[in-house]
Design a protein around this ligand. Structure first.
Ligand code: BT5
Length: 290
């Protein structure tokens, strides 16, 4: 498939499994490793058809068609990154899944690198205004009509910005916008330990939210319950976007103003220059050059 894995030091799956402190996520046959795939998200979604339970992890060294949102590409340097997808069956609202995955990335970076990462609305993870990780959540229904969500996570771990930029194309220039964990913390980072931590953080929050919503007397959102409230508050606290002058690109249109706050569902509340407060559900946030 055109990926040269020669000279790449592959993930040590035994080390990863030895360090996993999860109960389901990535345990035993819940971990599928492929040296290269088109996209771990696409593969995980195909597997969902066969009806596996939550916690299946699809992991790779390199993707030939790594996906971002809205048909964009995710670039990787073979053997340097975390590229994985997690198959889930959330009963709670999807925006909470976005929140727990991005917080898990932030927490894993803090533990492994002692560096404080921030979230750019809605789900980019940045260090010093450069993107170090991206998250892509896709949903579908399996043949039994059950909802399935695939959370795809890409983290630039080892190697430098130059290597990443070399692997990007003219259409995706990353030299000025991306970074890697090695570049920000000055040493290589164990991908196996990073993945083990990441899965542990996601699993903990995922089951806490599942439990919270099943305990509710009537079907509804878990928004007023203590765990989801805590997650929302933590996520809001990590949002580097708030208080900044931003522009939001939505297809061909652009809105600009001050990112005032987020609401209960994670929607961005933008105070436009006209004074109007607009609620934004999707789009790409840019920070105008100061
Ligand atoms: C994302 O989309 O940030 C979601 C990325 C999700 C990737 C994971 S990897 C495992 C799983 N399998 C997949 O196929 N995908 C998921 P978005 O917000 O649309 O950002 C895409 C944009 O980020 C691109 O247009 C580039 O500008 C930039 N970009 C691409 N690769 C990058 C990288 N490695 N580091 C930083 N920025 C990157």
């Amino acid at each position: 498939m055109g990926v040269d894995l020669q000279g790449v030091s592959p993930l040590d799956i035994e080390t990863l499994q030895r360090n996993l402190q999860t109960q389901y996520f990535g345990i035993g046959d819940h971990l599928l490793y492929f040296p290269t795939v088109a996209s771990t998200n696409t593969l995980a979604m195909q597997m969902a058809e066969e009806g596996p339970e939550e916690g299946l992890v699809v992991l790779t060294e390199s993707q030939t068609a790594g996906k971002g949102r809205r048909g964009r590409r995710w670039v990787d340097v073979p053997g340097c990154n975390v590229l994985l997808s997690l198959l889930l069956r959330p009963l709670f609202p999807l925006h909470m899944l976005v929140m727990i995955t991005s917080l898990a990335v932030v927490d894993s970076i803090a533990d492994m690198c002692q560096v404080e990462a921030a979230i750019k609305w809605p789900n980019d993870v940045l260090v010093g205004d450069r993107k170090v990780a991206g998250i892509l959540i896709e949903t579908s229904h399996d043949s039994n009509g059950r909802m399935v969500a695939v959370a795809g996570i890409g983290v630039n771990v080892n190697g430098g910005i130059e290597e990443l930029a070399e692997h990007s194309t003219m259409q995706i220039p990353l030299a000025a916008t991306a970074t890697t964990l090695e570049s920000v913390c000055g040493h290589t980072v164990s991908r196996e330990l990073f993945i083990a931590l990441l899965l542990q953080y996601i699993e903990k929050s995922y089951f806490a939210l599942q439990q919270e919503i099943t305990k509710l007397p009537a079907v509804g959102t878990a928004t007023s319950e203590p765990f989801s409230r805590m997650i929302r508050e933590r996520w809001r606290g990590q949002l580097a976007t708030l208080g900044r002058t931003i522009s939001v690109q939505q297809g061909n249109s652009v809105l600009s103003g001050i990112a005032e706050d987020v609401d209960e569902s994670g929607e961005l509340l933008l105070r436009c220059h006209s004074g109007e407060l607009v609620s934004i559900t999707w789009g790409d946030v840019e920070y105008p050059v100061r």
